[in-house]
Design a protein around this ligand. Structure first.
Ligand SMILES: *Cc1c(COP(=O)(O)O)cnc(C)c1O
Length: 349
């Protein structure tokens, strides 16, 4: 039985064009500024985001950490959403390594920040108080369901930040999914942030990497912090070569993943007990299963050859480059069989 892997868009394997580019890329020592392929990728990434400069990092987590370090000083506070990836899934690097305080404010169901609460959370200049150093937004928003923040949403957040003199960092691990869903170039979303980080290794199907983009001065600082956290990579053109292919050839096709997610969600929501939470806007499908223990349900779907993950009390299934319409239909059929199991074997004893 073939396994249908819907755990994440990070499970994607490189495309044939990526393998080819990786084998033939001109290389050098990037820590010495000597890898032409890395430079080509950074230039293309900066261009795609409408920023002056960019720096390749090992992961989205590293990009976000380096961005926070570059925007803030030790002892500063960072305002971010209470469902944000930086708060939940980045090992507390901001406070453990950066000496930064994280000040969560509520995310709404769409992943937007409560901007009034942002205003109340910004510190004044009283000698007792830490300084507020940064506002972070996330698009698409992972824990809120792969939801899309519009240009207007981002503009509203950046207006509040500007009012208080704060820079804005956009955690755009899946910002191209947001751009494709909205039908606008990613640059239109990135323009409302001072810095933006996007992943190469998710829906864009690269094996490794993330790119942090911003002003020339900001990226200069970010290069020092990347080196500090161990992210100086030598012949990194090997991975940058795949990144160039991703930017050229893998962005528009994200629409297929969104369409497959819609079909998957439609199929699943027709099954007994399954409720979408919420209906997908991009490539992430979240749902609950009435009458089932979450762990038990997942154990059964894994046995049936459909891999998925739990997230925030729900099941998450993700469509990506490795999943076609056939796999989506087969996954729904397998989940239907799992749900049809006799009640006696359904629940945990
Ligand atoms: C995946 C993700 C990251 C982190 O990327 P890694 O490459 O896994 O470190 C950061 N932010 C968001 C919103 C993500 O989805």
């Amino acid at each position: 039985m073939n396994v249908i892997d819907l755990r994440s868009d990070t499970v994607t394997l490189p495309t044939p064009a990526m393998y080819e580019a990786m084998v033939s890329a001109p290389l050098g020592d990037d820590v010495f500024g000597g890898d032409p392929t890395v430079q080509r990728l950074e230039k293309a990434a900066a261009g795609a985001m409408g920023k002056e400069a960019a720096v390749l990092t090992a992961s989205g987590t590293m990009s976000n950490l380096v961005a926070l370090l570059s925007h803030c000083e030790r002892g500063n506070e960072v305002i971010l959403g209470d469902e944000s990836h930086i708060l939940h899934y980045e090992v507390g690097g901001a406070f453990a390594l950066g000496g930064l305080g994280l000040r969560p404010v509520p995310n709404d169901a769409q992943g937007r920040l409560d901007l009034e609460e942002v205003g109340r959370t910004v510190r004044g200049s009283d000698v007792h108080w830490p300084r507020t150093g940064l506002l972070c937004v996330e698009n698409t928003h992972n824990r809120c369901g792969g939801t899309v923040l519009t240009e207007a949403d981002l503009e509203a957040a950046s207006e509040v930040a500007r009012k208080y003199g704060l820079p804005v960092h956009l955690d755009g691990a899946r910002v191209f999914n947001a751009a494709v869903a909205l039908g606008v170039p990613a640059e239109r979303l990135a323009r409302h942030a001072d810095s933006v980080a996007f992943s190469l290794c998710k829906g864009l199907a690269c094996p490794i990497g993330s790119v942090l983009c911003g002003s020339g001065e900001f990226i200069g600082r970010a290069r020092r912090y990347r080196k500090m956290v161990g992210g100086g990579m030598r012949q990194a053109g090997v991975i940058a070569a795949a990144g160039i292919v991703a930017l050229e050839a893998m962005v528009e096709r994200l629409a297929e993943d969104h369409e497959n997610a819609r079909v998957l969600a439609e199929g699943l929501s027709g099954l007994e007990g399954i409720e979408l939470a919420p209906p997908p806007q991009t490539n992430l499908v979240f749902f609950t299963v009435a009458g089932w223990d979450l762990g038990h349900f997942m154990q059964r779907t894994w046995q049936a050859g459909v891999l998925c993950l739990p997230e925030g009390g729900r099941i998450r299934m993700v469509t990506h480059y490795g999943i076609g319409r056939e796999e989506v239909e087969e996954a729904v059929a397998r989940v239907r069989k799992v749900l049809a199991a006799p009640p006696g074997v359904r629940r945990e004893a």
